[in-house]
Ligand binder design. Structure first.
Ligand SMILES: [Zn+2]
Length: 92
């Protein structure tokens, strides 16, 4: 299993889909470099527009973690019964 499942979701401009965004220091204001759209709700507003993509990314990460977990548990059991001739494990 991996140490970390950090995923960064690139935020897109809601108008043109551009990812080059300009923001002030506390991210309370964001402006798109491409179309000039200003988000006065800042980062939170943009996250709201991107929520669907973020959710999708989260689902994918969840599946990845689950698969890794299953593999780890399989290894654990195999190791626990190593040398025991009565127990055989078959990997699917
Ligand atoms: Zn834009």
């Amino acid at each position: 299993m991996k140490e970390s499942y950090d995923k960064s979701v690139q935020l897109h401009c809601h108008v043109c889909g551009n990812t080059k965004l300009e923001s002030n220091d506390d991210k309370s204001w964001i402006k798109c470099h491409n179309c000039g759209k200003e988000y006065h709700g800042g980062y939170d507003e943009l996250v709201e527009f991107n929520q669907e993509k973020i959710n999708q990314e989260f689902e994918e990460t969840k599946e990845e973690i689950f698969k890794d977990l299953q593999k780890d548990i399989g290894d654990m059991f195999e190791n626990a019964f190593k040398g025991n001739k009565n127990v055989k494990f078959k990997r699917k």
